[in-house]
Design a protein. Structure first.
Length: 393
């Protein structure tokens, strides 16, 4: 049974019908500019016709989740969902950055896929390839000027102790001169320079190494990866939440049962009730809860000692995310750390937890280590991030 891959995250659009071994039966490519809405459906129809297949024969449909063009990502997702509804095919997805990293064909290297992000910005991903060429997610993607992508590459290379840095993708083609100045030879492969590939997308979306690549499980596989929110959406969100009172206060044993409920919803390796109660009684523990209208919405637990501290747990109930709760908890903890004279703070975070990495980075945390297979529930790697009090505040 064939599958269909829709690559529409940039103006370079590709649609491929592939067989069970992911070999192409038909492959359509077109530069559509801003015409995703008008051109994508005809490209899908033409690919199916040339492959001699009907939409109801499709076993699965893969789509690019971004980052890239907001319009392209949304049109691609809507088209994939409509086709799946009509055909009964399973839906799957992968980020553009993961597809580029898999298509690089590198080994013993840091792979940094780049996708144009509007103006002169680029979306940058960070992946590592081992000696066998197996690709794994290393850190959360970023968006900004090419200089930020280069700085991110320098930071990430220290974690994997490799010499080779390979920039791939259409963003690397655009910024080749600056990349070569920073890392000579890093763009020599020209991988992905012509644009994102539907065939690479199919391989990423159908990969059996989804955890290593940082891909969500099937139930969440079509959540788009925008990296940065749309400005209009953020403005509306901030206005809607401005009137909601948030209370931060000490975490007591009375909140433990509610915290455990959130813990089990949020984490694959949750803390137990006995562990919470044991930690709350420790003198170095700085623990806080966040309350919305008197109900527990989030909490944090940190150990703040003489000179050094560790953030052990920060969680927000899924229905209360994007309300500034995690930031309020972090503000409280960072203030306490400075008041206690903490010079250095450490934490571990999953490589796939992009939101958390972005939050911590905003407070000055930087990557300092990689713990492979750290999380017991699925064997995912953990990043070690660290903050120093020498930073301005």
């Amino acid at each position: 049974m064939p599958g269909l891959a829709i690559e529409a995250a940039t103006s370079h659009v590709e649609v491929a019908v592939v067989d069970s071994g992911l070999a192409p039966l038909a492959h359509e490519i077109e530069e559509v500019g801003h015409g995703h809405t008008r051109r994508l459906a005809p490209l899908v129809a033409r690919a199916l016709e040339r492959a001699g297949r009907r939409v109801e024969q499709l076993k699965w449909i893969a789509v690019d989740l971004g980052p890239g063009s907001f319009t392209g990502v949304r049109v691609g997702l809507a088209t994939a969902e409509a086709l799946a509804l009509a055909s009964g095919a399973a839906l799957c997805g992968a980020p553009s950055l993961a597809a580029l990293a898999l298509g690089a064909g590198a080994s013993r290297a840091l792979i940094v896929p780049l996708v144009p992000g509007g103006r002169r910005d680029v979306y940058a991903g960070y992946y590592r390839a081992d000696a066998r060429g197996a690709v794994s997610l290393l850190a959360a993607p970023r968006v900004g000027p090419v200089e930020e992508a280069i700085a991110g590459a320098r930071e990430a290379r220290e974690l994997v102790a490799v010499r080779e840095v390979r920039f791939v993708g259409p963003g690397a083609a655009r910024e080749r001169e600056a990349l070569e100045r920073a890392f000579p030879g890093s763009t020599a492969s020209e991988s992905g320079f012509a644009g994102l590939s539907a065939l690479d997308l199919a391989r990423a979306a159908r990969s059996v190494r989804r955890v290593a690549l940082g891909l969500d499980g099937p139930a969440q596989s079509l959540r788009p990866l925008y990296v940065r929110p749309a400005q209009a959406e953020e403005k509306v969100r901030r206005a809607a939440l401005a009137s909601q009172p948030l209370v931060i206060r000490p975490f007591t044993n009375a909140e433990v049962p509610a915290a455990v409920t959130i813990e089990r919803r949020v984490f694959g390796d949750p803390w137990t009730e006995s562990f919470f109660r044991g930690e709350l009684g420790q003198s170095m523990v700085h623990a806080r809860v966040a309350l919305l209208e008197g109900r527990l919405a989030g909490y944090s637990v940190a150990w703040l000692g003489v000179g050094e501290g560790h953030l052990g747990n920060l969680a927000v109930a899924p229905e209360h995310r994007r309300r500034g709760i995690a930031r309020a908890l972090m503000d409280d903890m960072m203030q306490a750390a400075r008041e206690r004279g903490v010079e250095r703070l450490n934490l571990e975070v999953r490589t796939s937890n992009f939101a958390a990495q972005g939050l911590y980075r905003g407070y000055g945390f930087r990557l300092v280590g990689l713990r492979r297979g750290y999380y017991r529930d699925n064997g995912e790697d953990a990043l070690v991030m660290q903050w120093h009090n020498s930073m301005p505040h």
